[in-house]
Design a protein around this ligand. Structure first.
Ligand SMILES: Cc1cc2nc3c(=O)[nH]c(=O)nc-3n(C[C@H](O)[C@H](O)[C@H](O)COP(=O)(O)OP(=O)(O)OC[C@H]3O[C@@H](n4cnc5c(N)ncnc54)[C@H](O)[C@@H]3O)c2cc1C
Length: 374
């Protein structure tokens, strides 16, 4: 039985959430929409998203609709007509996805849109509040030493999750041989000359060395470029970027690369994290804390948001959170697992370079409607 207030009405169930990233904020909005109270703990002093741009597919866009962030996202994002793949600047495929929507935007814009939804729903977000760990009995422990009790604890604290590691979830973590430097630069559409510069373009070079640039127009002003190089390549992975190296490999993008030169940034190797289980007692892990994946299919944040929304739907109206969490994992996990495996496969084989890789099987996660939410 849920505890009652002095008016006789059942007391609203309460969640403590670690991490105000895409997963944590989505969970917060979706729980608030279902009558929960939530508190989100963010270790940074500022609510912002690291990184440059992001691709969000149909599944993620449906979640944004469900949490009331979709209109904000539309205000400054693009719908690229094609996903084009080129090897040595020669087009190998130009794919479009029919009824599966794909939008590109800056990370800040996506983040702001979700944060606005959280604020509208009345989320209590504590900045500078670092989480040290959690307990399956429904406790969240802060770095300050304070312990907070809840009906549900959500570990949405990213790839280095303290919630996950403090509980000791069995896990394997694998780093990939490639990594990416992500930058946001002005569009430079005029200087790039004639061409279909509103497409996403995946430029691959294999000779004389492996280098790749994913070109993603976010809106009329901002272009997201992701520069991929093996981590063992000191010049390719250097930040700020090695301009002569990149300009020689991709002369067709010279104006863009020149404006990226000197920009601060970070080279990140991809990581795959696989856990034996995503839940323990009243604790659930979502997003990169549970299933960090290689970015080949652009689905890490999409799956994170889908799973956060489905989690809220799973615990709606329940008196048995532990069982609801197990049911949630049973239903939602297989599709994320398959997406993660495919992403790792493409990263290891560099198979996206072949073009025409977005088959119906590969688009499975993008088409997914989480159980009980739509
Ligand atoms: C190169 C690259 C490209 C990508 N491209 C795409 C793409 O196009 N599309 C897509 O869908 N996905 C993409 N992804 C994946 C996507 O970025 C992640 O899956 C997504 O950001 C995960 O969100 P999250 O909320 O789980 O974690 P995070 O975004 O890492 O958020 C975790 C939050 O928790 C906070 N935190 C951490 N530790 C603590 C603590 N101890 N206490 C309190 N707070 C804490 C952090 O400060 C952060 O705010 C890409 C990833 C990479 C590496």
């Amino acid at each position: 039985m849920r505890e009652q207030t002095h008016t006789g009405r059942p007391k609203a169930p309460h969640a403590e959430i670690a991490g105000a990233g895409f997963a944590g904020l989505t969970a917060a909005v979706a729980l608030l929409q279902r009558g929960w109270t939530v508190r989100v703990h963010e270790k940074s002093q500022e609510l912002r998203e690291f990184g440059a741009g992001i691709l969000i597919w149909e599944n993620g866009l449906r979640v944004l609709e469900a949490i009331g962030a979709h209109d904000d996202v539309l205000a400054s994002s693009s719908a690229p007509p094609f996903y084009e793949t080129r090897i040595h600047n020669s087009t190998v495929s130009k794919e479009s996805f029919g009824d599966v929507r794909l939008r590109a935007m800056t990370r800040q814009h996506l983040y702001r849109s979700i944060l606005n939804a959280a604020v509208r729903e009345g989320a209590d977000i504590a900045v500078g509040s670092e989480v040290a760990g959690a307990d399956p009995d429904g406790s969240l422990v802060l770095a300050s030493g304070q312990t907070l009790k809840a009906d549900l604890v959500v570990g949405a604290d990213g790839v280095a999750s303290k919630v996950r590691d403090s509980i000791g979830f069995t896990q394997t973590r694998r780093k990939s041989r490639d990594g990416i430097t992500r930058l946001l630069v002005p569009r430079h559409k005029e200087e790039l000359g004639p061409g279909e510069w509103d497409n996403v373009i995946d430029f691959w070079n294999f000779e004389p060395r492996v280098l790749r640039i994913l070109y993603v127009p976010c809106n009329d002003e901002n272009l997201y470029i992701a520069l991929m190089a093996p981590w063992e390549d000191p010049e390719g992975s250097r930040v700020p970027i090695d301009l002569p190296l990149w300009r020689e490999a991709f002369p067709q993008l010279a104006p863009v690369l020149e404006s990226a030169a000197g920009m601060p940034g970070r080279y990140d190797r991809y990581e795959t994290t696989v856990l034996e289980t995503w839940t323990s007692g009243k604790v659930a892990l979502v997003g990169d804390a549970a299933h960090a994946m290689c970015p080949a299919l652009g689905q890490g944040a999409g799956c994170a948001m889908v799973n956060a929304l489905a989690l809220a739907a799973a615990v709606e109206g329940t008196n048995d959170v532990e069982n609801a969490l197990q049911e949630w994992e049973k239903k939602e996990r297989p599709i994320t697992d398959r997406c993660q495996e495919k992403s790792a496969f493409y990263a290891e084989t560099r198979g996206m370079s072949k073009g025409n890789q977005f088959t119906p099987t590969v688009l499975e996660a993008a088409r997914h409607r989480p159980t009980g939410t739509f």
